[in-house]
Design a protein around this ligand. Sequence first.
Ligand code: WT7
Length: 645
Amino acid sequence: MNEQLDTLLSETRRFPPPPAFAARAAATETLYHAGRDPQKFWEEQARSLDWMSPWTEVLVWKPPHARWFTGGKLNAAANCLDRHLAGYRKNKPAIIWEGEPGDQRVLTYAELAREVGRCANALKSLGIRRHDRVAIYLPMIPEAAIAMLACARIGAVHSVVFGGFSAESLRDRINDAQAVAVITADGGYRRGQLLPLKRFADEAIAETPSIKHCIVVRRGREAAVSLQGDRDHWWHELLERASPNCEAEAMDAEDLLFILYTSGTTGKPKGIVHTTGGYLTQVAATTRYVFDLRDDDVFWCTADVGWVTGHSYVVYGPLANGATVVMYEGAPDWPERDRFWSIVGRYGVTILYTAPTAIRAFMKWGTAHPARHDLSTLRLLGTVGEPINPEAWIWYREQIGGGRCPIVDTWWQTETGGIMITPLPGVTTTKPGSATVPFPGISAELVDASGRALERGGGFLTLTEPWPGMLRTIYGDDERYQQTYWSRFPGRYFAGDGAKLDDEGYWWILGRVDDVLNVAGHRIGTMEVESALVDHPSVAEAAVVGKTHELKGQALAAFVTLKEGKQISPSLKDDLKEHVVRKIGAIARPDDIIFSADLPKTRSGKIMRRLLKDIAEGRALGDTTTLADPAVVNRLKEMYEDKES
Ligand code: WT7
């Protein structure tokens, strides 16, 4: 972290907004002034949504519980669809979709509204009602957005589970939310392979008593699926029978819009709860101002809808603004490493929002791929998910943005719902590697380990005032909500990130300081992977740490001790990796597995992950004097170095 800090401290390049961009930007300096009165500012933003009844109070704040726009009624799907149908946007493309095999679909706002209406009626015909939870386990196909909006339309709560998660992960999320239905597909394409989602869903549903219905989208023609009696339904058959007209439910501003599971510091993912009015207000406002959205933009956020970025900036934010979004199903290197640039060129993408891990991969693949395509329509670039190293930032700016597009490096979290720290592209001078300053109406403060506010230097990122898109609780576990976010620094929301404030008050986010890792922009709890490993019949104990990885930011290194009498067979490493994939999903596959007779522990028996991290990073060991047996860690270090050679 110190090395990282030093590099950042020496970054002197400055990029003021290009004058032509600033001249027509949606957000000007006045937005920062307006943000000084957060409640007034957010109330103003909320007014740009369609409300069925007005709110009586902007904010009720009983720390750590916030309620925004109380008494107000609205429907998120109506805000994303109905209000665009009156005028010319009716026939404007809402979703331009491309499947990995190359199939395409364009849905205008009118068409999307009809599909959402049909799906909403189909859900109702199965008895699904307001407040019921519906799990969505789909590839990146238009039906994912349609299903989310259909839930919102009838007041059901969606819980999207990333299609890369395993059957067990899906099962646990369904059970935690007590979902009554799951919407899945026969499969989804990834690097030419059809991922058999329905098969995983079947495995999950075998252990989810709350599920009454399973709706299956037909995506992969060759995928053989078995539909089971009364439980399973083809999406296309249900929707064929359903009317496209479905009245939108008037939802309370504080009614749940969705639950989204994310990793924490324990083995059990947390169901992050987002509500309707505040969330939609924040994602709509940030989309408009951070991405400088205009009516003729073609907006491409490359995230999967299985992550919060997909919820907020593929679906709700852009559609609430009547934008055209691009949605792509597959891998960036399929069939060639120029797939993204070919999409940008063919659809005339104007705004591109992606992750640093992807940018680092593109850098490695070389400039010939983007150079082959016309990227001249791009006018704004964004990044999210992890710190971006200045080198990647500059490459993105030059090779993708042609040196003319501002870059918005946006810091936020599943928990924050929407963007929190970011430049305003027509206003803020950017510095490569810095997310710059809080969005108007957002109050962030740096604190030291004892919780004292710091003006400058390194410390912990906290939020001091409630914001409309904030998580309301952890589903079914408010105790854990208070404990996780509000107890480390009383009176403050602690994001889990280390950060630095420079002399101009710019934020440099350094990454997680808890037991959460960020692998290729995805959050993974070390404890989750450890529990998956110890679930294997040969494993006695496991400790997982992150190690710096050139492309992924971090990779997983697992230190494993075997049970008495278990042998290290040649295939055991691969077995263990596959076991983790089966338990969690491919994103959690450890890069390294190191077997050891023992793990370094304190005299009280606590595994010293700090030392394991030193080993994984290949650096000198820190203080080992508190170890019960210092020899253990030296043996491990030697073994690790052998593995590397
Ligand atoms: C964690 C949240 C928010 C959507 C994607 C990830 C890291 C996120 C940045 C950024 C440095 C960032 C933080 C944060 N992070 N954006 N611009 N610069 N770090 O959502 O899975 O909830 O992860 O991602 O560590 O805490 P998430």
